[in-house]
Ligand binder design. Structure first.
Ligand code: NAP
Length: 271
């Protein structure tokens, strides 16, 4: 598995997303994913599946080789709440350490310096290995990098060909942070797209694989989710073909104004 390096931390370039996966199904998918080569699993306190993720990781027998990310809910970003929730996540996961801890969504009601200070403390005390953020804008990234006592290794953001994320990607690169793409196959929307299907045919690949390849070829980490064991293999078979510059540009041209899938309207607002 290829890795993306950020601030001396190596992130496997393909991970398994687990939003909406629960219970035995989730544990089974995680275990099988690791068995076939996944080395990165993405969960969150909000997904209510940390216990199942931990069960799958332990069942694989390969815990030490796998990077586990979890994310703190926005309403738990005050230092005391954050520390308690991280300990709860570890108890649910039943693992030794959280490899990567992210702020799931920013919360304007809690000063960033306080949250990042608490995350740094969790790192110093050995509960987590590395810290980062998710759903951070260019402006928030600048503030976070200024006030964080510890390096921030990534920004996990919605990223796929139908959404132009060039500005925030450039800001991550400038700050030495990895970009982790969530909803990387546009929640299944890659399939059926005429351009992705046509390019896929030329390489004997599916539209979903073209979508994932387009991202990984730019050095972007992807965390596709599937509930189907048979698709796990498809979603990591990305390294035996290469998109040409023309194909890369054509795919970038699919971005549109209404391309965002994940709804931000529920998230805490700035006054
Ligand atoms: N940080 C955040 O705020 C945030 C927000 C959203 C998501 N995430 C993370 O990112 C992960 C991925 O994003 P996502 O779950 O939103 O969307 P996604 O991975 O882009 O798409 C998942 C959907 O695509 C389908 N699919 C998977 N592989 C496929 C293939 N090879 N061909 C065709 N369809 C395929 C799946 O259906 P089947 O199950 O039928 O295969 C599922 O419906 C999440 O699971 C979560 O871990 C983070």
């Amino acid at each position: 598995m290829q890795v993306v390096e950020a601030k001396d931390f190596k992130i496997p370039i393909v991970g398994l997303g687990t939003w909406a996966l629960r219970g035995r199904e989730c544990a089974r998918l995680v275990e099988q994913a690791i068995r076939i080569g996944y080395r990165h699993i993405d969960t969150a306190q909000m997904y209510d599946n940390e216990a199942a993720v931990g069960e799958g990781v332990r069942a694989s027998g390969l815990r030490s080789e796998v990077m586990i990310t979890t994310k703190v809910q926005p309403e738990r970003l005050a230092p005391h709440d954050l520390e308690r929730s991280v300990k709860q996540s570890l108890a649910h996961l039943r693992l030794d350490v959280i490899d990567l801890l992210l702020i799931h969504w920013p919360n304007p009601r809690v000063p960033l310096a306080e949250t990042l200070g608490a995350m740094a403390k969790m790192k110093r005390e050995g509960f987590v290995r590395q810290i980062g953020v998710s759903n951070f804008t260019v402006a928030l990234l600048a503030e976070a990098n200024k006030v964080s006592p510890e390096p921030l290794v990534c920004n996990q953001i919605e990223c796929h060909p139908f959404l132009d994320q060039d500005k925030v990607i450039a800001a991550c690169r400038k700050a030495g942070m990895a970009v982790v793409a969530y909803s990387p196959i546009a929640r299944g929307g890659a399939n059926g797209d005429e351009v992705l299907e046509r390019i896929g045919k030329a390489h004997d690949k599916s539209a979903a694989q073209v979508c994932l390849r387009w991202l990984t070829q730019q050095g972007i980490v992807v965390i596709p989710r599937t509930s189907k064991i048979e698709r796990l293999g498809e979603n990591i078979a990305l390294f035996d073909f290469e998109l040409s510059d023309t194909e890369m540009r054509e795919i970038a041209g699919l971005a549109r104004r209404d391309g965002r899938i994940v709804d931000w309207s529920w998230s805490p607002k700035w006054d």
